[in-house]
Write a protein that binds this ligand. Structure first.
Ligand code: ASP
Length: 318
């Protein structure tokens, strides 16, 4: 019997409730999620690695303006874009990440370049930009990431911060970070996460996404995890590594470990968001403590699913 493969992804979590989006927009988002899932899946089915599969899914999501990563990234307070991304290989714990970069079309490829072509794990800001200019990566002008929707969100937030885009708890209504986790035929897991961060962010703010262990983690001894949500809380709860540690040290199963952290420690701190995760034995978990999370996954029978709201489930028989 061939060994299992698995893949799951997210496009952000938040206050997503039925009726919020038009049917056309819902359909477009489901289609984008499915397209990104398939981009990773074809690689796994052809015998490719989980690292390549997770990256391919994230590239598709970065290219899609619906999501807050790559094209469609949110604006900073100063009206530009600062992108964060991380990638991790569960086979050997190699990892690469970038924070506050400005010009790489697909920030997840920038994270991969740090992992493979530098002796470092995380490069940030103008130094990272300089390193990345020397890599074989497509560069874009910073306004290439801009979309009218994100511009309106910035303006709304700058005019009426507490009313328009913050909830009573002080968080953004919808997080649009993207991420993917995968298991390949060789039993190796990988995780990839990419984001524009949070609308109106200032002072070089960096969230959890590029921080190994907070928003991104992969280890063949436990699981691959990618997170989305209010980064400050994910950093403090070290969400991704926290989940992995429960699996590795307490033998907690994947879904229980995700739920314990997302519905327990994270929520208790006041953190909103969710995770997608896969284990080396082929389990998949998608946990969130928000009303919805853009997500897609392949189940153990090979059926593909996309969903937006809690309890939502579009199935694609193959
Ligand atoms: N976690 C991301 C951050 O705090 C935001 C998101 O998930 O959309 O930067």
């Amino acid at each position: 019997m061939s060994r299992p493969i698995a893949i799951a992804l997210h496009g952000g979590a938040g206050v997503l409730t039925p009726g919020m989006l038009s049917v056309e927009d819902e359909n477009a988002i489901h289609a984008a999620l499915l397209n990104a899932l398939q981009a990773g899946l074809v690689i796994l089915e052809a015998g490719g690695t989980s690292l390549d599969a997770a990256q391919a899914s994230v590239v598709e999501l970065e290219e899609c303006p619906w999501f807050n990563a790559g094209k469609g990234a949110v604006f900073t307070h100063l009206g530009d874009h600062e992108l964060d991304a991380a990638i991790m290989n569960g086979a050997n714990l190699e990892a690469g990440a970038v924070a506050g970069i400005h010009h790489v079309r697909n920030p997840i490829r920038a994270a991969r370049a740090v992992m493979e072509h530098s002796e470092h794990v995380l490069l940030a800001g103008v130094g990272a930009d300089r390193f990345l200019e020397q890599q074989d990566l497509e560069l874009v002008a910073n306004d290439w990431y801009s979309t009218p929707l994100r511009r309106r969100q910035l303006e709304a937030q700058q005019q009426q911060p507490e009313v328009v885009s913050l909830e009573p708890g002080g968080i953004e209504k919808k997080f649009g970070t993207v991420g993917a986790v995968a298991l390949d035929r060789y039993g190796h897991v990988a995780a990839a996460t990419s984001t524009g961060g949070i609308t109106n962010k200032r002072y070089g703010r960096v969230g959890d996404s590029p921080l190994i262990g907070a928003g991104t983690w992969a280890d063949d001894r436990s699981a691959a995890i990618s997170a989305t949500g209010h980064g400050e809380f994910f950093i403090r709860a070290v969400v991704a590594h926290n989940i992995a540690s429960r699996i590795r040290l307490l033998q907690t199963d994947l879904n229980t470990a995700c739920e314990q952290v997302v519905q327990g420690e994270l929520k208790d701190l006041g953190g909103n968001g969710g995770v997608v995760a896969v284990s080396p034995s082929g389990e998949t978990a998608l946990s969130f403590n928000t009303p919805g999370m853009y997500r897609a996954w392949r189940d153990a029978d090979g059926v593909l699913h996309t969903a937006i709201y809690a309890g939502d489930d579009r199935r694609y028989e193959r």
